[in-house]
Write a protein that binds this ligand. Sequence first.
Ligand SMILES: C[S@@+](CC[C@H](N)C(=O)[O-])C[C@H]1O[C@@H](n2cnc3c(N)ncnc32)[C@H](O)[C@@H]1O
Length: 280
Amino acid sequence: MDIDNDADLTVRRALFEQVRRHTGIAMNERKWVMLKGRLRRRIMTLGLPDYGDYLRVLATSAEEVRDFVDLVTTNETSFFRTPRIWDYLARDFLPHWAANRAGETLRVWSAAASSGEEAWSTAMLCEEFRARHPAMRYAIVGTDISDGILANARAGHYVGRSMEGLRQQRPELVQKYFRSDANGIAVTEPLRAHVSFRRHNLYDVPRELGQFDLVLLRNVLIYFDLEGQKAVLANVRRAMRPGAVLIVGESESLSRVADGFAFEQPLIYRNLERQPGAQA
Ligand SMILES: C[S@@+](CC[C@H](N)C(=O)[O-])C[C@H]1O[C@@H](n2cnc3c(N)ncnc32)[C@H](O)[C@@H]1O
C-alpha cells in the first residue's frame, strides 16, 4: 500500500485506540483527516510503507510513543489567553489570597501547560502583585503529557505569534521579564526562579505534585469524552486544597462532569471542602 492511500477502517480504529491509550484523547472518523495529516510525515521519515506498519512500530518502541504523543496533541496556546481570567486573578483572586493567606506560598498548577505561555503569564501576574505585596511567595508547576512541547516551555523562548501577541498586549511586561535576542524573546531569571515544568498525564493520580491553591485546566477537557473528563477532574481535585480555585477554558464547563466543585462565575469553580474518600 502507498502512504497516500487511505488506511482501512480497522487500521484507522487501531490508530484512534492508540491515541486514546497514550493520551486519553477521544478521536473518531471525523478526526481522521487531521490525524492522517499529522502522522503522514512521520511515517515517511521512518521509511514505512503504510499506517499498519506504523502501528507495529508503535507497539514495540517507547521512543516512538513519545513522538506519537507529541504529534497527536494540539498545543495551541498564547500569553494571557482569555483576558477575563487574568483580570479575575489580578483583581480578585490574588488580593483575597494576600488578605487571607499572607506568609504562605501560593501554589499554582498549569495542568495542560503546552509551551508554557499560561505558566509564564501566571508568573508575571504574581511578580507584578509581589512588587506591591513583598511578603507574597508563589510557586508554579506546569505539566503536560508531551515531552516535546515541555522542552519549549522550559526553554521559555518565544517567537512568531506568541511573541507578537505578548508584545501587543503587554509591552511593559516584555520589557521587564524577557530579554530579546536575534530570533525572539526569552524569559529571564526573576520568573524562572518560581516556575518548573514536568511531564504528567492527567489520567494519572497526581501523587507527586503536592497540593495547589489554584489550578488552570484550560482547553484540554474538550479533547476528552465525558468519562475521560470525569476521571481527569477527579484526579485534578485530589491535588487541590479545600477552597482552591479551578479555571477551565472558554468552551468548557463542569456542569455535567464534576462533583465536588462549586460554580463561582463562568469558567471559575471552587473546590468544596471535603476531599474524595474523606470521612463524613
Ligand atoms: C490546547 S493546549 C492548552 C494549553 C493551555 N492550557 C491554554 O489553554 O492555552 C492542550 C494541551 O493539553 C495537553 N494534553 C492533552 N492530553 C493530555 C493528557 N492526557 N495529560 C496532560 N496533558 C494533556 C496537550 O499536550 C496540549 O499541550
